[in-house]
Design a protein around this ligand. Structure first.
Ligand SMILES: COc1cc(O)cc(C/C=C(\C)CC/C=C(\C)CC/C=C(\C)CC/C=C(\C)CC/C=C(\C)CC/C=C(\C)CC/C=C(\C)CC/C=C(\C)CC/C=C(\C)CCC=C(C)C)c1O
Ligand SMILES: C[S@@+](CC[C@H](N)C(=O)[O-])C[C@H]1O[C@@H](n2cnc3c(N)ncnc32)[C@H](O)[C@@H]1O
Length: 327
């Protein structure tokens, strides 16, 4: 039976996640297990390690990736319109807030994992371009003796308009990337942007390559979240920053009731009506409930050796932004 890919195994117990194993040693198993002989406990542990969840379904680990792939292959063409309809446009604000938190400096090399149709990448390009243009304007005002040719040249160089910043969108799904590339073409994004097919658990990049790693609404879909976090750590430069925007836990009981009602009663119906796809949107709401809480996810990020890990809950905890640094 295949061993878990990494040294820390997280298992889902009810609504919470518990750290079960580190470096092959059992650390904190659930109390109901504590009376069982060690062998039986290890066997059960191993069995659990080969199964995972896909929404509320339990599936063999090897099957989850394929199922997730089908979901995003199926929703790709309607993905953007669905997000606006379902969230009444609020997802745009959450994504803007991620950029404000990031505050990229000139020359930033960003890797946007599970970048899908490019929402984070386009926001990044807008941000760095507008900041760089403002800087250039200030410099031009200071150098008033430049010729018109020199001024025109400064504005014509597209790469230069980003101040050396670049973003790589990496996603496992060809269809999502295809929609993203079409959007980029239609909206005129060309310079400083690359699209790469790749798995968050096994990134096709060298060590210490990026200043910032982002993952927005992506990590919830990954089979081994701990492995994806370790990969994030590997590809970041020392001093680099990890930022994750993901659904989280609503703590206010009244809002939580309304949120559940909306999620389970409205979202799959909208999925069926707009995209002809009930199942994918049922998976969406179920996968949200399966994802660890703000504090639990923070611990997972710390386990991947990130430092100064913090989070901010948005819209009553419907989503949260987690941040951490590679030192
Ligand atoms: C297949 O996988 C996926 C597919 C995708 O298309 C996207 C994703 C990943 C997700 C994103 C990129 C983000 C964008 C997508 C979403 C936000 C969809 C998921 C949405 C939720 C889980 C629910 C949260 C929604 C919101 C905060 C938007 C605001 C919605 C409302 C205010 C409710 C609108 C009310 C109606 C339409 C009336 C009909 C409603 C009912 C009969 C049910 C009763 C509901 C209520 C009375 C109100 C509902 C209350 C709330 C939602 C909580 C409000 C919270 C506060 C005020 C703080 C992907 O993985
Ligand atoms: C909900 S979309 C998020 C897209 C985009 N980040 C956004 O905020 O709109 C989730 C994305 O995660 C991608 N994904 C799922 N598993 C992945 C994995 N193991 N590696 C890379 N991308 C993955 C899907 O293909 C999909 O494009």
């Amino acid at each position: 039976m295949a061993a878990p890919k990494s040294c820390v195994l997280w298992s889902y117990c009810g609504r919470g996640w518990s750290r079960a194993m580190r470096g092959g040693q059992l650390l904190g198993l659930r109390s109901s297990w504590s009376g069982a002989p060690l062998n039986a406990r290890l066997l059960s542990q191993e069995k659990r390690a080969t199964e995972t969840h896909f929404g509320f379904e339990t599936v063999p680990e090897e099957e989850k990736g394929g199922k997730v792939y089908q979901v995003f292959e199926s929703v790709a063409k309607k993905y953007d319109v669905m997000n606006d309809m379902m969230s009444l446009g609020i997802h745009r604000v959450w994504k803007d807030l991620l950029l404000w938190k990031m505050r990229p400096l000139p020359g930033t090399q960003l890797l946007d994992v599970a970048g899908g149709t490019g929402d984070i990448a386009f926001r990044f390009l807008n941000y760095v371009q507008s900041h760089h243009q403002n800087k250039q304007k200030r410099q031009l005002r200071a150098q008033q003796n430049l010729s018109w040719e020199e001024i025109a040249k400064k504005y014509q160089n597209e790469e230069d308009s980003l101040g050396g910043s670049r973003v790589v969108v990496c996603d496992i799904n060809k269809e999502m990337l295809k929609v993203g590339k079409q959007k980029a073409l239609a909206q005129g994004y060309r310079a400083g942007l690359a699209w790469v097919l790749g798995d968050a658990e096994e990134l096709p990049f060298d060590d210490d390559k990026f200043d910032i790693y982002t993952i927005a609404f992506g990590i919830r879909n990954v089979t081994h979240i701990d492995q994806a976090l370790q990969e994030a750590h590997r590809v970041l430069k020392p001093g680099g920053r990890f930022l994750c925007l993901e659904f989280s836990q609503v703590n206010n009981p009244l809002i939580s009731r309304l949120y559940d009602l909306y999620s389970f009663q409205v979202i799959p119906v909208l999925g069926e009506v707009i995209a002809g796809d009930w199942k994918s949107y049922q998976y969406l709401v179920e996968s949200i409930r399966r994802f660890p809480s703000q504090e639990e996810f923070k611990e997972m990020i710390e386990d991947a050796r990130f430092h100064k890990v913090t989070y901010e809950s948005l819209t009553s905890g419907i989503v949260a932004i987690h941040s951490g640094f590679k030192l």
